[in-house]
Structure formats: C-alpha cells, structure tokens
Design a protein around this ligand. Structure first.
Ligand SMILES: Cc1cc2nc3c(=O)[nH]c(=O)nc-3n(C[C@H](O)[C@H](O)[C@H](O)COP(=O)(O)OP(=O)(O)OC[C@H]3O[C@@H](n4cnc5c(N)ncnc54)[C@H](O)[C@@H]3O)c2cc1C
Length: 421
C-alpha cells in the first residue's frame, strides 16, 4: 500500500520511518528544501517524560491573568480577529477543569513512556546520533509554593512507572554542579533520571537519511495547496513545485503531519481539527565556559524556560504566545530568554553569537495529539503535538503505524483520535 506522508518535521519523518518498517510504500512531501526546518528546527531539546501535565490545568487561568499585559510574560495572548483563536481559548479553559486535566495528564504520560522506550530502541537499531544526553531532566523551583506542588506530582509520575525524586538545593548542585551559583535562590528540584535531551533537528535529518536508504521517497520544495476529495475519499493531493508548476500526487492513503498548518488544509473537507499555533522562542549559543554550562537538561518551573546542552551549544527555549501564524522575532521576547541565561548561568555561553529562533507549536487545547483515522477512510492524522512533539514523536508514529496495520497501539489507553479531543 502506497502512503503519502504530508510533512517532514519530526512527526512526519518518524511516521514515514515506522510505516516503512511496517511494510508500507512511503512518500513524504514538504515545502522546505530539507527535513525539520520549521517547528522541529530549534526546540528545547527535552525528552520530557517527567512533565506530562498540559498547560491546561486548574491553576492556568489565574496564572495567565497574573501575566496579562506583560510583554515578557511566559504566556501571552495577542487577540486576533480570528474565530479559530477564540474557539481554541474557550476549549483550553474547558481542559483546565480538574477531571479533564487529570485525564489529559494520564494519557500524555502513557504515550510519553512508550515513546521514550521506542526512541531508545530506534537509537539502538539505527545508531543515529544527535547530540543526545541520557542524564535526566532536573526541574528547578524558586518558590516554596511551586516546590510543594512538585511533591504532589511524584504520585502521578510513580503511577506511570516514571522514576523521579524531589531534592533540596544541595542535591540539585550535586546532580548539576553548574547550579552552584544559584544555591541561595533555589528552593528545590524534581529530578527524573531517565529523561533525555538531544537535537530534534539533527535527529530528524539523520532519520530521514535512514528512511531514504530504506526506500522512502522525499519530495522537498513541494507545497500542498489542496486535498482533492472524490466519493467520500481523498483522491489526490494538489501540489506546486518550486517553479510554481502544478501537479497531482496520488496514493492509497495519506497521513497529515503538517504541524500548525494542517487544520486549514482539511477544513474544506469538513474536518475541524482543534489545532492552533502557539509560538515559542529559543536561543542557541556556543558554550563559552564548559564548567559553567549545565549538561543535565533543566526546566525552570517559575519562568517556564528549559535549557539543554547540545554538544558544544546551549539551547534555551520557552514562552508561549497566541498570535496567529506570525513567526517574527519580537526583541522583547528574545531578550527575556537571553536574560534568563545571563542571570542563571553568567559566562556559560557566548551570547554575542546567540542565534534566535521562533516556531509555532501545533497545539490542541488539551495538548493531546491527534493520532488515527479521520472521517475519510484513507486520510489519517498524526499531528497536534503542541509542547511535546519531540518527546512523543516515536511513540505517536509507532502507534499510527499499528493503527494503519490493523493492530492495537501498544499504549494501554488511547484517547488520541480526533473525535476524543
Ligand atoms: C520554543 C519551542 C520549544 C519546544 N521544546 C520542546 C521540547 O523541549 N520537547 C518537546 O518534546 N517538544 C518541544 N517543542 C514542541 C515540538 O518542537 C513540536 O511539537 C514539534 O516540532 C512539531 O513537529 P511537527 O512535525 O508536527 O511540525 P513541524 O516541525 O512544523 O513540521 C511540519 C512540516 O509540514 C510542512 N508543511 C506545512 N504546510 C505545508 C504545505 N502546505 N505544503 C508542504 N509542506 C507543508 C512544513 O514545512 C514542516 O516541515 C517545542 C516547541 C517550541 C516552539
């Protein structure tokens, strides 16, 4: 069976890999010249199994209100004349209800555990490298109140078999000596030793190469303008190549992995996907002083900022902005991330050579991705991974390949079909 995967971000490339491993004949289409040049390009680098709680949680509405109007706020809403934005915000508020938030946390945790196991197996099978580190993630707390909530999180993690422990400032510094300068401010940490970090862009490019060797055909610089429908099925994909020449590509089945852009494409087919772009920023700097630059991946829980060591670089990422499809770099947002690096780890990186980047997280209100068949029998989804696309990539793609092969996914509960979200 020939399958066209729409998108060569981390989701599309892992989908192509697991489908080809399952015996499908696979082609991939992307408008960019290479894999992983959009949202999968410069994310925070965390395989964060220990952070399954979605943004939509009971505390989120009050926290967002506190941040309202602050240009450097971790979460920023720039209201648009766009019904999709308001629909998304209302659905987000619904997902903040305690029972929804609990259900979403459990679903993400199960998929994340499976995904981390699949990533390790894939690494062992292919030998690909991507500046990855298996040194865990340390969540940092600078207020006693937030640290108190961290202790409550341990129970949820334990119920999914995710190893984690809370620790005081001295233990945090033992785990990551570069934190020594923060001993006075730090209240405590939550350490998840089995978490990992690595460069999603390098991973995706390396896996695309392996997929090509395994027979997957990549059509880059090819933009999809419309999905054509005939008799209740997808009949073909209308595309234009780099020179603007139109064409139609056909297959037996199609998988949508277009990140934030997929919802608009399937809307004319009557499919309403609850995906909205949530913009985030990252800064990448060369390591200037290795003794000051952390190697353990860190999450600053008060600022919602993450930091990962990627070889001889440091990547700092964060912030969430609902501002439509705008990918412009706003100086204030970039500065707040650079200030974080300067204040937490002065001298660690060469900030003169900082590379700024912004990407659009394809976010559902619940942060649950959509994995499964659409209402059209030959159109499938693997999309909407929001804040956790790197963490969930391998498990999501493996689950989709199972579904398309007529098997049950290996994740016990599977509330990821479009109708569940
Ligand atoms: C600042 C930031 C930090 C993050 N940190 C982390 C982290 O630490 N850990 C984690 O797990 N996740 C993280 N994420 C989330 C993660 O990066 C995303 O969930 C993931 O990259 C989404 O991948 P994707 O393949 O679905 O989308 P994309 O990478 O955007 O891929 C979609 C592809 O579709 C193509 N495309 C779209 N429309 C068309 C069209 N019409 N025709 C042809 N091609 C098209 C695009 O060119 C693109 O290549 C972060 C995100 C951001 C923004």
């Amino acid at each position: 069976m020939h399958v066209i995967v729409l998108g060569a971000g981390i989701t599309g490339v892992t989908t192509a890999w697991y489908l080809t491993q399952a015996g499908f004949d696979v082609s991939v289409i992307d408008r960019e010249p290479e894999a992983a040049l959009e949202t999968s390009f410069a994310n925070g680098g965390q395989i964060s199994v220990s952070h399954p709680e979605p943004w939509a949680n009971p505390a989120a509405p009050l926290t967002a209100l506190r941040w309202l109007g602050r240009e450097d706020a971790p979460l920023l809403l720039r209201p648009q004349l766009d019904a999709a934005q308001w629909r998304w915000v209302l659905a987000f508020l619904h997902e903040c209800l305690p029972h929804r938030s609990r259900r979403n946390t459990d679903a993400i945790a199960s998929l994340a555990v499976h995904s981390a196991e699949r990533l390790r197996a894939l690494r062992a099978a292919t030998g690909i490298t991507y500046d990855h580190l298996e040194r865990g993630i340390l969540h940092l707390f600078f207020s006693a109140k937030e640290f108190g909530h961290a202790r409550e999180r341990l129970g949820v993690l334990a119920s999914h078999g995710i190893r984690a422990e809370t620790c005081g400032p001295a233990d945090c510094i033992r785990i990551e000596p570069a934190l020594a300068g923060l001993s006075a401010a730090l209240v405590g940490g939550l350490y998840a030793p089995d978490d990992e970090s690595g460069d999603a862009h390098r991973f995706t490019q390396a896996l695309a190469e392996r997929a090509r060797e395994a027979g997957v055909r990549f059509h880059f610089r090819t933009t999809v303008s419309r999905i054509a429908r005939l008799g209740g099925r997808v009949d073909g994909i209308e595309v234009t190549d780099e020179a603007g020449r139109p064409g139609i590509l056909k297959a037996d089945a199609y998988v949508l992995c277009f990140g934030s852009y997929g919802a608009r494409l399937v809307a004319p087919l009557g499919e309403r996907l609850p995906i909205y772009p949530v913009k985030g920023y990252s800064v990448t700097v060369p390591v200037a002083d290795p003794s000051r630059a952390p190697c353990v991946s860190l999450t600053d829980e008060s600022r919602r900022i993450v930091c990962s060591r990627l070889g001889d670089r440091l990547r700092v990422a964060g912030t969430a902005e609902l501002s439509g499809f705008d990918t412009a770099l706003h100086p204030e947002r970039c500065r707040s991330i650079l200030n974080w690096l300067d204040s937490r780890f002065p001298g660690a990186g060469d900030t003169e050579k900082a590379q700024m980047w912004a990407g659009l997280r394809p976010a559902t209100p619940s942060n649950l991705p959509l994995i499964g068949r659409s209402r059209l029998p030959n159109l499938w989804y693997n999309t909407g991974h929001g804040t956790l696309g790197w963490t969930l990539a391998c498990g999501s793609a493996d689950s989709l390949a199972d579904l398309m092969s007529g098997r049950r996914p290996k994740v016990a509960a599977f509330p990821f079909l479009a109708s569940d979200n």
